[in-house]
Design a protein around this ligand. Structure first.
Ligand code: ASP
Length: 578
């Protein structure tokens, strides 16, 4: 094999007459009788090869063979404007096969109808598709832009352990058994949270890491068991200073990677307002369609379950009354009911009148007030949900997102970035206890410290999320740096002194050595890559992802292991899944 003179995306009209040597995979071979065309592919693009004489070597060439071509660049008689090399072709003098290929299980081209599991099984072939390569190039550009932004600001890139103790971020841990200490387990980090805080105790002041995190959760289109964070921590900065640093980074990334100008500062929407207006703590704000507070309907003659509910909220979908059939309403009802609401009601506005069986409970005045409030026009439909405040709002928030997409309300190529701030520190766990809304290391707002003992749900945290196009893309907070407050939080979360000692003793100890005030956050690299690449499938932006059953169809991981290996680890499997 000779070195190539050019790659396959490089040759232009100005190269006509040059002798070149190209290497690439055979994307397509077309035999037109007296001449043969080959589209040669590498990561840089395609070049058309023209062969005037078909010898035995050329005859034997098939798709995905790796070949080398000696030839001369000539002007194409039928240019292809969709290819950067479309004005030229290389007329072959000598062709050699470097390596043959089995017939691939699917055509290697951008548009494929191959099943995703087949693509994942042959991922190395799937990744030959230019579209897939582009996703990974974008991912690489994001990492590069991250480093070029943080480096001049004195950030240090430091690695933290993968075999460690549990770091609570609200998910189940992946565990790794220890051979040396049988019966003991490492946990794979859900994030480097505690370690990065310890690096602040050590005095590094500014840390970052592009780091793999592991969470054993139910998978969704935007979730993977192992995923990557751009993890950041700083000392001595206020929340506002941290927010401007993080938005500066994201604006730099958007500019470098997709040449998109993000307007700074990002707006900051309090959590309460996000729920009230959009029914979500990660609203897609690229379209309007806001929720409407309809608590005044509690004054109706409606059944008790309606009028006594904590919250009644509405959502108007414009110009859809005629399209939303009984069947569609049943589907929407199912979506809404996942949020434990009391009832889901539809009222249409047709022929200038409100229509719907529930209207019998609203007298004329109330109906007028309703029309006034929701501002309905012909063919609009109003959906009502009632129940607990959060449930009713989240239910309609889910329908809002659905219809934003369905009605194409999102302008193509547009992005909207904002911060959600002022989250509650805790949520009820449904069993009379509390769980952290963010994580246990989030600092309560100073003004709310007084409620820690009496009413934890009244305490708000100094924490923030960055939401981009409806995705939670960053989450972060100021951290507790006082060991007594930290102990108190663990206590509210229901951990006994012994549990705190066993799980976090080393951390509580560290907080006693002059810990600086600190805070930071972590961007989800996978989600960010999805947004910048315009795909809605997280697996597209990960080289070797797992499928929705958390399995890798290529390696077949996870797999059972030999009895001898189990023995060595002191483990006995009591139940095997097929
Ligand atoms: N550990 C992150 C933080 O900086 C948050 C996260 O992983 O979601 O707060």
């Amino acid at each position: 094999m000779k070195n190539r003179t050019h790659n396959n995306g490089e040759l232009r009209i100005s190269d006509i007459g040059k002798n070149v040597h190209l290497i690439g995979w055979v994307a397509k071979k077309r035999n037109l009788g007296s001449i043969v065309f080959i589209d040669l592919r590498d990561r840089y693009g395609y070049t058309q090869i023209l062969i005037n004489e078909e010898n035995d070597v050329v005859k034997s060439i098939k798709s995905e063979y790796l070949i080398e071509v000696d030839g001369v660049v000539e002007k194409r008689s039928a240019p292809n404007p969709s290819l950067p090399t479309g004005e030229i072709e290389v007329v072959a003098k000598v062709i050699n096969i470097i390596n043959t290929s089995k017939q691939p299980p699917f055509l290697i081209q951008d548009d494929t109808d191959a099943l995703e599991d087949t693509r994942l099984k042959y991922r190395y072939l799937d990744l030959r598709r230019p579209k897939m390569q582009n996703y990974l190039f974008i991912r690489h550009q994001i990492c590069k832009a991250t480093r070029s932004y943080l480096e001049p600001l004195d950030f240090v890139e430091i690695e933290t352990p993968v075999l460690t103790l549990s770091s609570p971020e609200g998910a189940r841990d992946y565990l790794v058994p220890s051979r040396i200490k049988k019966g003991s387990f490492y946990a794979l980090p859900q994030s480097p949270q505690i370690f990065k805080q310890l690096l602040m105790v050590s005095g590094f002041e500014r840390y970052f890491q592009i780091v793999r995190c592991f969470r054993d959760e139910d998978l969704r289109a935007d979730r993977q068991p192992d995923f990557t964070q751009i993890d950041i921590e700083t000392s001595f900065l206020s929340q506002d200073e941290i927010l401007s640093l993080l938005e500066g980074l994201i604006a730099h990334i958007f500019k470098e990677v997709i040449h998109y100008e993000v307007k700074l500062p990002l707006r900051r929407l309090p959590y309460k307002e996000a729920i009230a207006r959009f029914g979500s703590d990660k609203p897609d704000t690229r379209f309007a369609m806001e929720l409407i507070d309809l608590d005044f309907l509690k004054n109706s003659d409606s059944p008790d379950a309606f009028k006594n509910s904590e919250s009644i909220v509405g959502l108007v979908i414009k110009n859809q009354a005629n399209n939303i059939s009984r069947k569609v309403l049943d589907e929407l009802n199912l979506t809404a009911r996942k949020f434990n609401i009391h009832s889901f009601i539809a009222i249409k506005y047709l022929n200038q009148t409100l229509e719907g069986s529930f209207l019998k409970y609203f007298n004329d005045d109330l109906q007028k007030e309703l029309l006034n409030k929701v501002n309905m026009e012909e063919n609009d439909i109003l959906l009502l949900a009632n129940g607990k405040y959060r449930d009713a709002h989240f239910a309609l928030g889910a329908i809002r997102s659905l219809y934003g997409k369905k009605l194409n309300l999102i302008p193509q190529g547009s992005h909207d970035l904002l911060y959600i701030i002022d989250f509650p520190l805790f949520q009820e766990d449904g069993n009379g206890g509390y769980v952290s809304e963010h994580h246990p290391f989030t600092r309560p707002r100073d003004e709310d410290l007084k409620y820690l003992d009496s009413d934890p749900l009244k305490v708000y945290g100094s924490c923030y999320d960055m939401v981009i196009d409806g995705y939670e893309t960053l989450s972060g907070s100021l951290r507790i740096y006082d060991q007594n407050v930290q102990k108190k939080i663990f206590e509210i979360l229901g951990l006994s002194d012994e549990q705190v000692r066993a799980k976090f003793g080393y951390f509580i100890d560290a907080l006693q050595y002059g810990t600086p005030p600190h805070g930071g956050g972590a961007f989800g690299l996978d989600r960010l890559t999805m947004i910048l690449s315009g795909t809605e499938n997280i697996r597209d932006v990960i080289a070797f992802p797992k499928n929705l059953s958390a399995t890798c169809p290529m390696t077949n991981a996870p797999m059972p292991v030999d009895d001898a290996q189990l023995e060595e680890l002191g483990i006995k499997v009591i139940k095997k899944e097929d």
